[in-house]
Write a protein that binds this ligand. Sequence first.
Ligand code: KIV
Length: 291
Amino acid sequence: MAIPAKRVTVPAIRAMKGQQRIGMLTAYDYPSAKVVDSAGTEIILVGDSLGMVVLGYPDTLSVTVDDMVHHTRAAARGASHALVVGDMPYLSYHVSIEESVRNAGRFIQAGAHAVKVEGGKKRRIKTIEAILDAEIPVMGHIGLTPQSLNALGGFKVQGKGAEESRRLIDEAVALERAGCFSIVLECVPSELAAFITERVSIPTIGIGAGPSCDGQVLVFHDLLGLYDGHTPKFVRKYASLGDEMQKAISAYLTDVREGRFPNEETESFHSGTREDLDRLYGAGAVVVPIK
Ligand code: KIV
C-alpha cells in the first residue's frame, strides 16, 4: 500500500466516519513509532499502557505525566504521517481544570497533535471542554477505563445490562457534544458498540468492542507478541517477536562464548601486521603502560 505523504489531521479523522476504517496502534518510542507510521497507521496512540508493556508496572496507575511526555517526544519524532495522540495518565486531569489544561498542553509541546482522556461523566466533560478551549483536540475513552481499575473492581467487560448500556450511550453522546473528535470504546459488548457507532457522528475506535466500530486499536506489544503478561481475549497476535528476539540473542551469546563472533574478515578492523606491532617494542619486550 502506498502511504500518503501528508500528515493525517483531526478533521481528516472525523471525515473518515462511514468512508474508511481507521487503524490505530500504540507506540512509545522513536523506533516503534517509525515502524507503525511507515506501515500506514492513521493514528499513533502513545498510550499509558506504557506502564505495563514498557515500564513493567502491573497497571497504568503509576505512570506520570513526565513519563508520558518523555515517550511522546520520542514517538512523535518517529511519526511523519500518523496523527499522534498522547494519553493523559491517571491524576493528570483529575485535580483541577487548570492543572488538566496545563498537562494537556505539555503533550502538544512534546509533539502530540491531540490528547486522550478517560471517562464521560459530567465533571470530566467540563475538563474536556476546557482542554478543547485551549485548542487541544480530545479523543474520548469510555467502557473499560483502566485508570478506574480500583473503582470498577477489575478489568471487566462494561455496558452489560440496560442501565449500564444507557450510561455508556449517554456518555458517548456527551463526549460528542463536548467536541471530542473520536471515542475509544474499550471492552464493551459488540451490539452496544455498534449502537453507539450509529448514534454518534464522530468515529468510534474499538478495542474489545467488536467489528462494527469505525476503527480499531491494539497495543503494539500485544499485536507483535512482545508482552508476556496477561493477553486479553480480544487481542489478535500477528507475530511472536518476543520468541524471535530471544532466539537471536541466544545465538549471539553462543557465538561469543564459542569464539565465532566477531569474525576476523568482515567484522573486524585491520591495520598493519602482528610483526609491525612486535617491531614497535621489539619482540618479547615488556610493555609498560603510559601513566
Ligand atoms: O493506553 C492504551 O494503550 C490505551 C488503548 C488500549 C486504547 O488506552
